[in-house]
Design a protein. Structure first.
Length: 199
């Protein structure tokens, strides 16, 4: 069993409003991510919110998702992941790290990443795709971390983020090549958001 941890605690300073609440096709970003995860068959889903918790929950109603709160989102991505791990199902064999500002990832893509992990259960699975801008393969999200590496997420320096975990000498990486640019597409600025069709 896999638990999905949706990181939605960021301050969204460049965007000017919580990215979880940006709308696309009539739904907030956070709901798009949750709908895709439900469609991929992920039953244990944890949304990690930050200081905008009340604002987000006033608009978005969880449909089976657990809500964890990171009291110090300024400590970065790893601090939010720790909050999510604390709320995830204790029986989870792995944790899928998802970003709230990736609403365009389809259920089928999440499923491909899960299937890759099922075939490589001792590895951290990271999807990657070709980025034309610099003609190279670029790693993206979601990332799946086996439960065996859970403790690393609590040992890493907060300023190093998830990169410290995925580059730790004790881990094995399974890169999954996908023809899907959405795994490296996120929305950090109003300009990024303006480029989203139907935003």
């Amino acid at each position: 069993m896999i638990s999905a941890i949706i990181l939605a605690a960021g301050e969204s300073s460049r965007m000017g409003k919580p990215k979880a609440l940006l709308e696309w096709r009539g739904l907030p970003f956070i709901e798009h991510v949750c709908v895709a995860l439900r469609g991929a068959g992920v039953e244990d889903r944890v949304a990690v919110l930050g200081r905008a918790e009340a604002e987000i929950l006033a608009v978005w109603t969880p449909a089976g998702e657990k809500v964890a709160v990171n009291p110090r989102p300024e400590d970065g991505q790893l601090s939010s992941l720790r909050a999510g791990l604390g709320a995830a199902d204790k029986a989870a064999e792995a944790f899928m790290v998802c970003l709230v500002d990736q609403p365009t990832i389809a259920p089928a893509t999440y499923r491909k990443v899960i299937d890759c992990w099922l075939a490589n259960k001792d590895s951290i699975v990271i999807p990657r795709t070709f980025r034309a801008a610099d003609s190279r393969m670029k790693r993206g999200h979601p990332v799946i971390i086996p439960a065996a590496h859970r403790q690393l997420c609590f040992e890493g320096p907060l300023d190093k983020g998830l990169h410290w975990v995925t580059h730790h000498p004790s881990v094995r990486i399974a890169d999954l090549d996908l023809d899907d640019a959405e795994i490296i597409r996120d929305f950090d600025t109003p300009e990024d958001y303006a480029g989203l069709s139907g935003g």
